[in-house]
Design a protein around this ligand. Structure first.
Ligand code: G6P
Ligand code: MG
Length: 213
């Protein structure tokens, strides 16, 4: 049914839409530092890890920040974000997400999660889908964020599958680049004119068709 042996999913924007919560938390933080923050800026942060995102925001600030100040600001943002996601539930699963996971499982493939979010375990728990994954990468153990392939290569390694036998699923440009750099087939979720590096692009997991890739 599939030429792949594993499917490795991103979380934010693929399985659930946490982008809005990140937006609210980053906006409050940015404005507290006098930095303008809008939806377009938020889009450019998709798939970028917490400290990387903060650096991009503070690049527009009027002063320099010490590493300690940056850690404190990242912590303020994260606490706000955690408050916002504390009421998430299975109702926040994106359409087609559970069906896609179940299709992959039924086809006998391994399933991994490669999110750079340090809140991924919490979000999976709130969504009630933790046990659908054979392996979830702990973002705290990843040295280089997307577009570096490290996180996808780690997932493949832990699943015991060669990268060439993996299908990666991503909504962010940096994420698709990471999948391709890992030597995997990239399924993009979004628009083909944005995710230009993806092998196939679909609008949402509602269109997921494992046999077609
Ligand atoms: C995902 C999101 C990013 C977010 C990153 C880190 O990749 O797309 O917007 O910044 O995770 O999330 P965290 O929960 O660790 O702050
Ligand atoms: Mg994403």
């Amino acid at each position: 049914m599939s030429r792949f042996k594993a499917v490795i999913f991103d979380l934010d924007g693929v399985i659930t839409d946490t982008a809005h919560y990140h937006y609210l938390a980053w906006k409050q933080l940015a404005e507290s530092q006098g930095v303008h923050f809008d939806h377009e800026f938020n889009e450019s942060l998709k798939g970028i890890d917490r400290m990387g995102s903060l650096d991009l925001i503070l690049a527009s600030a009027s002063r320099q920040y010490t590493p300690e100040e940056k850690l404190a600001l990242a912590d303020v943002k994260n606490r706000h974000y955690q408050e916002l996601i504390s009421t998430m539930s299975a109702a926040d699963l994106l359409p087609g997400a559970v069906a896609a996971l179940d299709t992959v499982r039924a086809a006998g493939l391994r399933i991994g999660l490669a999110s750079v979010s340090k809140n991924a375990f919490t979000v999976l728990g709130r969504l009630g889908i933790t046990d659908k994954f054979d392996y979830v990468v702990d973002a705290a153990t990843i040295a280089r964020g997307k577009p570096d392939p490290e996180i996808f290569l780690r997932a493949a390694h832990e699943l015991g599958v060669a990268p060439a036998d993996c299908l990666g699923v991503e909504d962010a440009v940096a994420g698709v680049a990471a999948i391709k750099a890992a030597g995997m087939f990239a399924l993009g979720i979004g628009h083909p004119f944005v995710l230009t590096e993806a092998d196939v692009v679909i609008t949402s997991l509602k269109e997921f068709n494992l046999a077609a890739y």
